[in-house]
Design a protein around this ligand. Structure first.
Ligand code: SF4
Length: 346
């Protein structure tokens, strides 16, 4: 089989190396990178800064893989897109317009998710595979054709720290000033709490931001809601975040989806306060968006908010967008007309 490599999965250094190998002048390798990651070109034939002969030589080994948008749903200040990957898997991403000047893309890092949170549609669908760097950036390039993207959150399908290399490779291309030039501090990696990934992020030179999805402040309840076999304990995650903050001096966000009667009780609030005393953090309370009718209910956010504020914690309530297109937090499922995947396109 003639295996083609995806240029969207290559970083700047790799494109320069390819340029050297194919006899491109250094400025042409730069232009090739800019065309792929800055202009979102979808085939080598569109890159007219290269001569026809240069493009033909490259096209024998490389392609620019562009996942096909299968379904686009427009809602109130949101657009959800489902993409079909080369092997037929489907992933979703959402563009959210919080303010005129702030356009955020919620990106998927895996097809499905191995963590399996009970309140999340992605988790219930199981895990398919990791996305390549090209498949990750492609979700953003699709929306970048409509709007200038200012912020990214890795809060779509998947656990980004279980696909660390590809996620960081994608983030670096999105941050590159020849690419979309999205500031690293506007790129948030949201994790269920994988210490190995937190430790690696602490050593990255870019100021990428970290968010921890706490789910419950008690390990026993947390394990019931998040049935991932290797789920680290809360003290282990707190320790990893403590080391991360000692190295980076960066505040983190604790994301907390509020579930009625499950994690919004007074004892939960007290324990969240105790955990947050160990960290420099901001707590973001997230309304529960229905994924299974009747199973969970949105919790008492107002009460949590005022109790946490009363002890002077930094706390906000997530402005929930995307519910009208089944694209809010926890609702991405890659289900189109009842199917989860389709046959390969080629
Ligand atoms: S909430 Fe996040 S970590 Fe949990 S199953 Fe859904 S995508 Fe995975």
């Amino acid at each position: 089989m003639n295996y083609m490599e995806d240029l969207r999965s290559k970083n700047f250094e790799e494109i320069v190396e390819i340029g050297n190998k194919f006899g491109l002048a250094p400025f042409k390798a730069r232009e090739l990178y800019r065309s792929i990651h800055g202009k979102g070109k979808e085939s080598l034939s569109e890159i007219t800064t290269l001569q026809l002969g240069e493009r033909s030589k490259l096209a024998k080994q490389f392609e620019i893989e562009t996942p096909k948008p299968l379904q686009i749903k427009k809602g109130n200040r949101t657009i959800k897109a489902a993409f079909e990957l080369k092997d037929g898997k489907i992933v979703e991403a959402v563009l959210m317009e919080y303010e005129e000047e702030r356009k955020t893309v919620c990106v998927s890092s895996q097809a499905g998710c191995p963590i399996g949170c009970l309140f999340c549609a992605t988790g219930r669908g199981g895990f398919r595979r990791n996305l390549t760097p090209g498949e990750i950036v492609s979700q953003v390039y699709f929306f970048a054709k409509m709007h200038q993207i200012t912020n990214l959150v890795f809060m779509g399908m998947g656990e980004p720290f279980l696909n660390y290399n590809n996620v960081l490779s994608a983030a670096k291309n999105l941050n590159n000033d020849l690419g979309l030039n999205i500031a690293a501090r506007k790129i948030v990696l949201s994790t269920i709490g994988i210490p190995a990934g937190i430790n690696r992020l602490a050593r990255e030179p870019g100021q990428y931001r970290l968010a921890w999805s706490l789910v419950s402040p008690f390990d026993r309840d947390r394990r019931q809601l998040v049935p991932y076999r290797s789920l680290p304990s809360i003290p282990n995650v707190v320790e990893a975040i403590g080391d991360y903050q000692a190295k980076t001096n960066r505040r983190i966000t604790i994301e907390y989806v509020v579930l009625r009667g499950i994690n919004d009780r007074m004892k939960d609030i007290k324990e969240i306060i105790a955990i947050s005393r160990h960290l420099d953090c901001h707590i973001n309370l997230i309304p529960y968006n229905e994924t299974i009718p009747g199973k969970f209910e949105n919790g008492n956010i107002e009460k949590m908010y005022s109790e946490l504020r009363n002890v002077h914690l930094k706390v906000t309530v997530r402005q929930s967008l995307g519910g009208d297109v089944q694209g809010a937090c926890g609702q991405l499922s890659a289900k189109l007309c009842g199917t989860e995947s389709r046959p390969p396109r080629r």
